[in-house]
Design a protein around this ligand. Structure first.
Ligand code: AMP
Length: 441
């Protein structure tokens, strides 16, 4: 399919060609005709899928047909969670709409409101804004949203994660009843669905896989393991396989923090990435991960999204997501250009229902990897954490851990790292967490 088949005018096709886009991405193929038609849209897509052009191009197409528009009030409102994203969308509007006589303005907090006010007074067609500053302007009577025809909520899940739900609702109240609504979100949690339902009517639903989630390139495996053994198994796997850059997903922020601390105690340099971290802390964690200073990045779904940390060799689902689409987004982080990536899920008994939903979505069974000492007998029907561990001292141990040399097998870095006994762990605590890097023992 080419861009010329999507119903875009010549100016927009020229802009697309100028930018060197030859083929529309999957989300663009589906969203552009639907938006031009005037339909509401509910799209699951993350950064990198071409989602910005997927809504900007058809919106500009619609505006280009309104030749008799005279009002100074905005016709399009794009709400974004961050000023960076607002700037990015603004840039796209300028690039794609270069051939049109169109006024667009970006509004966000943390900077002087004076230039924003000036731009608003001159008249705006497309307004791109973060919720807080937008509401300030609305409350001061600087913006009239009563002529908005298209309302876009970009990265809706991140908005909710950042606590913008009330602001979003306040903004929506100011919009005219009759309008087109487009909602983009990388994940679709029950909260997002509830929000979507409250203002979107009979939408076209689009779910595109992240760019490198071609299933063939991702080697997906799962290990059935008792919840209390997950951390030990994870450290052991990282060490044994000498993985140097591992992205680990947890379900909660608290879980991410705790796991991160535990991995540090196992001698694995780790950083947590979640919604409670400041932008500075996130950037630092990410930078460390990219340069190799941080070996394990423990993230929640929301925090990992939108960040440029794809093409990783190893993604671990420490906990399965309860939204099946999130699994696809998570594992889409792996699969290096042309090379295979690995996605491993640690599944405890209580997560079986999540696994069932995921396998249903994938329409396939994820192959099981059995690790001696950790293997949970599925047919026992016992709660995972009550099954008798297989190892000595009440701790299951992978077979090679029991071979000679086990005692000094702390080397996560040399492929020999083995789970620690409780006694060793407490010794290490006394030495200070993260004191020794695995392999240096
Ligand atoms: P987004 O998902 O909107 O953040 O876009 C990710 C990147 O893909 C941006 O740098 C766009 O310029 C680029 N892009 C968008 N659509 C296309 C396309 N059809 N072909 C090639 N690149 C694209």
């Amino acid at each position: 399919m080419s861009f010329s088949e999507l119903g875009l005018n010549e100016g927009l096709l020229n802009a697309v060609a100028r930018l060197g886009y030859s083929t529309p991405t999957p989300i663009q193929q589906r969203a552009i005709p639907a938006v031009i038609e005037g339909r509401d849209l509910l799209a699951a897509a993350q950064t990198g899928t071409g989602k910005t052009a997927a809504f900007t191009l058809p919106i500009l197409q619609r505006l280009s047909c309104q030749t008799d528009h005279r009002s100074k009030n905005p016709r399009v409102l794009v709400l974004t969670p961050t000023r960076e994203l607002a700037a990015q969308v603004g840039e796209s509007v300028r690039e794609y709409g270069g051939d049109m006589r169109l006024r667009s303005t970006i509004i966000f907090g943390g900077v002087s409101a004076v230039p924003q006010l000036k731009a608003l007074r001159q008249g705006v067609d497309v307004l791109i804004a973060t919720p807080g500053r937008l509401l300030d302007h609305v409350q001061q009577g600087n913006i009239d949203l009563s002529e908005i025809q298209v309302f876009v909520l970009d990265e809706a899940d991140r908005m909710l994660d950042m606590g913008f739900i009330h602001d979003i609702r306040k903004v929506i109240k100011r919009l005219p009843e009759r309008r087109q609504n487009l909602l983009f979100s990388a994940t679709f949690s029950p909260e997002i669905r509830k929000l979507a339902k409250s203002f979107i009517e009979n939408p076209v639903e689009i779910d595109v896989a992240p760019r490198n989630s071609t299933a063939e390139l991702i080697d997906q495996k799962l290990i059935y393991v008792a919840k209390h053994q997950k951390r030990e198994l994870l450290s052991w796997m990282i060490g044994k396989n000498n993985w140097q850059q591992v992205l680990v997903f947890t379900r909660t922020k608290h879980g991410a923090n705790r796991l991160c601390q535990q991995l540090e105690m196992d001698g694995l340099t780790s950083a947590a990435l979640h919604g409670n971290k400041s932008q500075g802390a996130r950037t630092k964690a990410l930078q460390g991960f990219k340069t190799g200073a941080v070996r394990v990045l423990v993230a929640t779904d929301i925090a990992a999204r939108g960040l440029d940390i794809d093409q990783l060799p190893h993604v671990i689902n420490y906990e399965l997501p309860n939204v099946p689409a999130d699994y696809v987004h998570r594992i889409g982080r792996t699969g290096r250009a042309g090379l295979q990536g690995e996605a491993l899920s640690l599944v405890s008994t209580d997560e079986r229902p999540f696994l069932r939903d995921i396998q249903k979505l994938l329409n396939r069974q994820i192959p099981e990897l059995k690790i001696e000492g950790y293997y949970l007998k599925e047919d026992k029907g016992e709660p995972a954490d009550q099954q008798k561990p297989a190892g000595r001292h009440g701790r299951p141990a992978p077979r090679d851990q029991q071979k000679p040399g086990r005692r000094n097998a702390r080397g996560a870095g040399n492929g020999q790292h083995a789970p620690q006994s409780r006694r060793k762990k407490s010794n290490r605590r006394r030495q200070g967490a993260g004191g020794q890097r695995p392999g240096s023992a």
